[in-house]
Design a protein around this ligand. Structure first.
Ligand SMILES: *[C@@H]1O[C@H](CO)[C@@H](O)[C@H](O)[C@H]1NC(C)=O
Length: 119
């Protein structure tokens, strides 16, 4: 399972975030899948290189990530890099998607902080 975690040690060019309209067009969507198999509603987080508080509401196995859509190419997406952290800001998992996709946590636990940026 952990093979699906793409370590962010991979160098990646960080593109400037598009200046979208305020709202979800400029945010990255996350859906938590808990270890019991149920899923959260989609949560929207800022495209940011800073950690932001976001409680997952349960022990998370994996996270579906919906990156920003690319306005120049309808139906296409930018990539997104996300890190998920516990209450002590310890990393639970990190990964990158090149479109809507899943990042599997290395350590299954309750997420308290997330950091997602367009990459
Ligand atoms: C699964 O876990 C989540 C998070 O703890 C919880 O909200 C949900 O009610 C649970 N679902 C079931 C079917 O136990």
């Amino acid at each position: 399972m952990r093979a699906a975690v793409v370590l962010a040690a991979l160098s990646s060019l960080v593109m400037a975030a598009p200046q979208g309209e305020p709202g979800q067009d400029s945010k990255i969507g996350l859906i938590f899948t808990y270890t019991n198999g149920s899923q959260s509603a989609m949560e929207w987080v800022e495209d940011s290189i800073s950690q932001v508080p976001l409680n997952s509401g349960g022990i998370v196995d994996n996270v579906f990530v919906e990156p920003l859509s690319n306005p120049a190419l309808p139906g296409r997406y930018f990539g997104a890099r996300c890190a998920f952290l516990d209450a002590m800001s310890r990393g639970l998992g990190v990964g990158q998607v090149n479109g809507p996709g899943i990042i599997i946590l290395e350590s299954k636990d309750v997420i308290e902080f997330v950091q997602c940026n367009t990459a």
